[in-house]
Write a protein that binds this ligand. Structure first.
Ligand code: FES
Ligand SMILES: [Fe+2]
Length: 317
């Protein structure tokens, strides 16, 4: 399992004053949001006598209250109140009682920093201003749970040959990535002709700017007569079960039916619901069933797979 920032929930999936449990990074966590909106994510068992904090735990007075003896914990994991004790034990004043993960809310998503050795965050999660821009709209795809690891999903975007055989892309593309620390960027641009909703041919420039930030986030900025940003989040749930979700951000084209239709086509293609280009749905059976070959048998027409793997290796502790 790689380390990095991973989207553990969408912000809208955790309302103020609620507690839930999730399985991420191969284990269970309690995750809650207090009345002021602060989020905490911790190992789920109470350090007092071991009750499960998400089973009957509640937010009361701004604290997560354990269902067993009502100890109260804040979003940083400190025990702030034991209703029947005259004084908090000194250890509870000095250090957090709950063991948890660093959590940040960004791009309307809740991100946790996971590192198998508990190391502190090594970079910041990238902010995408359009995600909170009132002139932009956002929608989430369904969640795909795939029997694979984050590296295999990410490798897809340097595997240029599969774009033809899995996704039906006509021309083969040369994809050159630039690697810089936790960042991988690539850009593709070229002319293309589209058929619009009225059946008219439209010449336009197709451009894709792709940025991967660590193992858990890809930001893809596309332009093809309309603008579309995809936030692709890749989160390990179990050692070999990965959650993949696309979040689409786009300007509000409601006033412009031709553009609106072009936007819908572009979005549906990315998923693979329609269109000549089969989107991510076409990858799923491959990912679900393939194995990882440490020394693959490559040929000169293959994409730059080993270069990508050398970059990705930094995310393993
Ligand atoms: S077990 Fe949680 S307060 Fe006692
Ligand atoms: Fe693919």
């Amino acid at each position: 399992m790689p380390y990095g920032w991973f989207c553990v929930l969408l912000s809208e999936e955790l309302e103020n004053g609620t507690v839930t449990s999730v399985r991420r990074f191969g284990r269970e966590w309690v995750i809650f949001r207090d009345d002021e909106g602060n989020v905490g994510m911790f190992e789920p068992h109470c350090p007092h006598l071991g009750a499960h904090l998400a089973i009957g735990g509640k937010i009361e007075g701004g604290l997560l209250r354990c269902p067993f003896h009502n100890w109260g914990f804040d979003h940083q994991g400190y025990c702030r109140n034991i209703p029947y004790a005259s004084a908090l034990p000194g250890k509870l004043i000095r250090e957090p009682a709950l063991k948890g993960l660093p959590v940040v809310e960004m791009n309307r998503m809740i991100w946790a920093w996971y590192h198998p050795n508990g190391d502190r965050p090594l970079w910041e999660i990238t902010s995408v201003p359009e995600a909170i821009d009132d002139n932009w709209r956002s929608r989430h795809s369904q969640l795909f749970e795939i029997r694979t690891v984050p590296q295999e999903i990410a490798e897809n975007s340097v595997d240029t040959v599969h774009l033809k055989y899995v996704h039906g892309q006509a021309a083969s593309l040369d994809i050159n990535s630039t690697y810089d620390g936790q960042l991988r960027t690539t850009a593709i641009e070229g002319p293309m002709t589209l058929t619009d909703a009225n059946g008219d041919k439209v010449d336009c420039l197709f451009s894709v700017h792709f940025e991967q930030i660590g193992p858990g986030l890809q930001v893809v900025r596309m332009e093809r007569h309309v603008k579309l940003i995809m936030l692709i989040t890749i989160t390990p749930a179990e050692a070999e079960m990965t959650r993949l979700r696309f979040t689409f951000l786009h300007p509000d084209y409601q006033h412009d039916t031709v553009r609106q239709a072009m936007l819908e086509d572009l979005i549906e293609e990315q998923i693979g619901w329609c269109g000549p280009y089969a989107g991510v749905l076409a990858d799923l059976p491959i990912w679900d069933n393939k194995i990882y070959l440490r020394t693959p048998l490559l040929c000169d027409g293959d994409g730059k797979i080993m270069e990508f793997r050398r970059w990705f290796a930094q995310f393993y502790a």
